[in-house]
Write a protein that binds this ligand. Structure first.
Ligand code: FES
Length: 183
């Protein structure tokens, strides 16, 4: 691909849909969060969390929308979204497993736990990176330290932390998630 085509493709990647809208109640919540701070930009992380909770990820459209709200350039928020691993730039599953791979957890068996999770969910344990099941229900991700090293191995399911996790614990969690998903 020549340089000109590459530039055109990059421009296409950066293009955002102009018809992006968010529900009025979510916008009201964003406004309320912003009003808590003396400077709008101080609400950046809170606003990004709100948008991610609603959309399950931060799309280029959401990022641009938030930047306007906060009187910032999109790059200012892009830096946050790419720095903090809790933000996603692609949709993740309804149930998101984060397995800690840092030293204490690795020694305590987190690599085996991730492999077990992938196998239980029909994902490929040999692939690196974030994986989501075809039905979009489960995501498995390896992450760095979850700050509970003395209780390794540690796994997070959505916002909840599970310490000293065993394969049996994961089996039980998967079962609960599937039951909840069928409701
Ligand atoms: S090393 Fe896993 S929680 Fe710190």
């Amino acid at each position: 691909m020549n340089a000109q085509n590459q530039t055109v493709n990059n421009q296409k990647d950066c293009r955002v849909k102009s018809d992006f809208k968010i529900p009025p109640e979510l916008e009201a919540q964003v406004d309320e969060y912003i009003s808590r701070y003396p400077q709008k930009r101080s609400a950046s992380l809170m606003v990004l969390h709100l948008l991610q909770r609603h959309f399950k990820y931060i799309s280029p459209e959401a990022l641009e929308w938030a930047a306007k709200k906060l009187d910032l350039q999109p790059i200012n928020l892009f830096e946050l979204v790419t720095f903090y691993p809790m933000f996603h730039r692609k949709p993740v599953g309804k149930f998101h497993f984060r397995v800690c791979r840092t030293l204490s957890c690795a020694i305590a068996g987190s690599y085996e736990l991730r492999k077990f999770l992938c196998e239980q969910l029909g994902l490929d344990p040999n692939l690196s990176g974030v994986q989501t099941t075809k039905d979009g229900v489960f995501t498995v991700e390896f992450v760095e330290c979850l700050a509970s090293c003395d209780k390794a191995p540690v796994v997070m399911l959505n916002d909840k932390l599970y310490e000293k996790t065993t394969p049996d614990d994961l089996r039980t969690l998967i079962k609960k998630c599937k039951t909840e998903d069928e409701r």
